[in-house]
Design a protein around this ligand. Structure first.
Ligand code: FE2
Length: 519
């Protein structure tokens, strides 16, 4: 577009408007002009790079300039031009796409590039260059073309990586296993320090402001094993509670803080700045529609859901009940109200419409927490229910599973996390009804899990839970082919040491056309 020549009055008005915008507006390079030379005080790509949300012809690539990551990034408040390159080979002999992006101070010098024009179903390598410094080179890949159903898909399911409680041994192992996708289902950061036997410490106290959340992401992302996991495969992400605050629900924190929405918006913004997602901008109300669908040819469709932002407030909140959100039906009958939503009406409609339209062989429901009913037996013979999980929303769970049934959704496989334990289950829309879906709820990367007594107690209340164990850390590898899906529960020896071997704790299979897990 050509710029009109400004008369003297118009020029003055333009300058006044620019001054009103503040100095930062002047410091951004103008289109067509040479960018100012940038010099970093230290190596700027300390947080590595990442890719995500692959389609058949593109994906998002991400980086952040942060020479001093724990001191606000260490960048001057100026926009910086960053060159990016995507190549068909790891040595960058065949660069297929390249360009320039602007890392802006208002986005703490993060950069998201939505790359298009790539070929389906192939590997690519990418890197960023700024001020004479080059980022690490990372591998990624695109999805198969629409209609191609003879492909394979290997997903790593990961969640819950409390930084203080362990080393990211699991990430190093999963990176080496040749993933097509990493599905991270929440608790990428933790806002709080909790648990025992720390191997390292958060650099700051609990975050509440944007800058504090940014520093928390920066610290987590300095970890070399987490970077490696991003450098080996594209990620798809959703969030859970600890990206903001433990057990928050919609616009309410667990302690019912009336100013919570401002904190939530700061936390969401920092999340979007640091994750390889498309269009990472908050809406006018400080919310963000994170739910997405991703296609893997005709083999699989991934329905990525958000069960935090729009859920009904927790029933019988623990802030009013002396600290426990595990309740019996006599003390909290409102738990059973069928109107209680987990997704909000807008997302619910979007889910139903997507199920209706899906023609994929496998439908992978990527969401936050354990979906199987997980009652906790009590010494007096009664059963109690944890209200922050799906058991706090049984009506919404029945509705979601009934929607899968009604739309005849092909081969639903539910993925989850949050509970720091491996659970493998078959799911029914109602007790005694037919099995509708299979579930793999993966254990945590580091966050400490429940003991054997708790998981076996839960398993004793639900015969559809085929496996339950919370004492091991790790991830799940899911291999999808047209004939079957196989889930391998990968567990590491210990996260308290930097080096520890990985092994397969158990393997479960879902056959095409046979709902649920083959027990
Ligand atoms: Fe967690």
């Amino acid at each position: 577009m050509k710029h009109p020549v400004l008369g003297p009055g118009a020029r003055r008005a333009f300058l006044e408007r620019a001054l009103a915008l503040g100095a930062a507006a002047f410091l951004q390079p103008l289109a067509g002009c040479a960018a100012p030379k940038v010099r970093f005080s230290a190596y700027p790509f300390t947080l590595g790079v990442a890719s995500g949300a692959p389609t058949a012809d593109g994906l998002v690539i991400w980086t952040r300039l942060a020479p001093r990551p724990l001191e606000g990034g260490g960048m001057d408040p100026v926009a910086v031009e960053v060159r990016w390159e995507v190549a068909a080979d790891a040595s960058f002999a065949r660069i297929v796409r390249q360009g320039h992006g602007i890392a802006r101070p208002e986005a703490v010098h993060t950069l998201h590039v939505d790359v298009d024009g790539l070929e389906p179903a192939r590997e690519y390598w990418y890197r960023f260059i700024a001020g004479g410094e080059a980022s690490p080179v990372a591998r990624t890949r695109t999805a198969p073309a629409p209609g191609h159903g003879d492909e394979r898909l290997r997903i790593a399911l990961a969640s819950c990586q409390q930084y203080e409680q362990g080393w990211y041994v699991a990430h190093r192992h999963l990176a080496a296993e040749g993933m097509d996708l990493v599905a991270f289902v929440g608790d990428y950061i933790y806002e709080s320090s909790w648990g025992r036997d720390f191997v390292r410490q958060h650099s700051t106290g609990e975050p509440h402001t944007l800058d504090e959340y940014r520093t928390r992401y920066a610290q987590y992302k300095t970890d070399a094993d987490l970077q490696l996991s991003h450098h080996c495969a594209p990620w798809i992400v959703t969030w859970d509670d600890h990206e903001v605050d433990n057990d928050y629900a919609n616009d309410l924190s667990e302690d019912l803080d009336p100013h919570f929405l401002a904190r939530r918006a700061a936390a969401y913004r920092a999340f979007l700045e640091h994750m390889p997602v498309r269009r990472p901008t908050l809406d006018a109300n400080g919310g963000y529609a994170l739910y997405r669908r991703h296609d893997w040819g005709a083999l699989a469709q991934l329905h990525v859901l958000d069960d935090r932002q729009y859920r009904a407030h927790e029933v019988c909140p623990k802030a009013l009940r002396g600290g426990s959100n595990v309740v019996g039906d006599a003390e909290c009958p409102e738990r059973l109200d069928p109107a209680r939503t987990m997704f909000g009406t807008g997302q619910e409609r979007w889910i139903d419409a997507g199920f209706e339209r899906s023609r994929a062989r496998w439908n992978v429901i990527v969401q936050q927490t354990l979906m199987a009913p997980a009652g906790q037996p009590q010494p007096d013979g009664t059963v109690k229910h944890w209200t922050d999980g799906w058991d706090g929303y049984p009506g919404a769970r029945a509705k979601l599973l009934a929607s899968m049934q009604r739309t005849r959704l092909a081969n639903p496989v539910v993925l989850g996390g949050d509970v720091h334990a491996n659970y493998v289950a078959s799911l029914r829309a109602r007790p005694g009804g037919p099995i509708v879906a299979a579930e793999f709820c993966g254990t945590s990367i580091t966050s400490q899990g429940p003991g054997h007594e708790k998981t076996s107690g839960i398993q004793s209340t639900d015969p559809d839970i085929h496996f339950a164990e919370g004492t091991r850390r790790g991830y799940v590898v899911l291999d999808f082919t047209p004939a079957r899906a196989e889930g391998r529960l990968r567990v590491v020896g210990t996260v308290k040491e930097k080096e520890s071997p990985v092994s397969t704790r158990a393997t479960f299979v879902v056959e095409d056309g046979q709902p649920g897990v083959r027990a």
